[in-house]
Design a protein around this ligand. Structure first.
Ligand code: NDP
Ligand code: 8X3
Length: 252
């Protein structure tokens, strides 16, 4: 059986991806900070799909912790076939001159540095085995910038650049590298962006049908399930009612 490692598995796209890969009979290595949620998920998915699941509490921003968790993993769980670098967040939506520098640090540390720390421990295993697939969750925000999206958009542009760079570096080792880039997906993303303001978060998705986490998980699975000689480089996935980062068709 193959193994997928999903970061940010406690919610949204990561959570939905865990179910899709369990359905497809992958063993799951699941990481996030909220380990209690992972424990509940693991029991549910084990009962439903009969796959093996290992959960780790991991803040991807903490380089030492990422390395320690990795070192302490049983060997079986280090043999990762697919890495989904999904852990990420947005904080705030302010013009640059009013931006909160703690928010900036949090986004850069999670979306860029965290993705790098996790990739740094997993990629050598794939290199030695000469197979594997790294799937980075980018965003439409990595393709264009929108008002007040400044730092979040920058982090997702960095993910876009890193995906391309990884693909070049991994090329001699038969490792696929893919970016899956969604538009608006209704998850906890906006609740986190607006720091717990559920009302404000809900308004983001009013008047149109956003993507669901399951829609994105199925797109990730599509990329992961292509034949060995096919790599999906980049998959930009939008709600039908969204034409760009800022242009939506909303019912009044
Ligand atoms: P959610 O907020 O629902 O999920 C985010 C996940 O990331 C949670 O499981 C959270 O777990 C985890 N996470 C956040 N910070 C850390 C950290 N420091 N260390 C480990 N895990 C962390 O949002 P989404 O599912 O929407 O977001 C998933 C990815 O998709 C992100 O990279 C996001 O940028 C991207 N994306 C989202 C879009 C959207 O519209 N929703 C569109 C395009 C891209 P925990 O808090 O337990 O640590
Ligand atoms: C999340 C989607 O449009 O808020 O990456 O940037 S958006």
């Amino acid at each position: 059986m193959k193994t997928v490692f999903i970061t940010g598995a406690s919610s949204g796209i990561g959570f939905a991806s865990a179910e899709v890969f369990a359905r497809e009979k992958y063993n799951l290595l699941l990481a996030s900070r909220r380990i209690d949620r992972l424990h509940i998920m693991a029991t549910d998915l084990q009962n439903k799909y009969g796959v093996q699941i290992h959960t780790v509490g991991m803040d991807v921003r903490d380089k030492n912790l990422v390395e320690k968790v990795w070192e302490e993993l049983p060997d079986q769980w280090k043999d990762i076939d697919v890495l989904i670098n999904n852990a990420g967040l947005s904080q705030g939506l302010d013009p640059i001159q009013e931006g909160n520098t703690d928010d900036w640090d949090r986004m850069i540390d999670t979306n860029v540095k965290g993705l790098l720390y996790v990739t740094r421990v997993v990629a050598p295993i794939m290199q030695a085995r000469r197979s594997g697939h790294i799937i980075n969750i980018g965003s439409v925000a990595g393709k264009e910038v929108y008002p007040n999206g400044n730092v979040y958009c920058s982090t997702k542009h960095a993910v876009d650049a890193l995906t391309k760079a990884m693909r070049i570096d991994m090329l001699p080792y038969n490792i696929k590298v893919t970016s899956v880039d969604p538009g608006a997906v209704e998850t906890e993303f906006s609740i986190v962006r607006f720091k717990g303001d559920h009302e404000k978060a809900k308004k983001v998705y009013e008047g149109f049908t956003p993507l669901s986490a399951e829609d994105v998980a199925e797109a990730i699975w599509f990329a992961a399930s292509r034949p060995a000689h096919v790599n999906v480089n980049d998959l930009l996935l939008m709600p039908t009612a969204q034409a760009s980062g800022t242009i939506f068709y909303k019912e009044q």
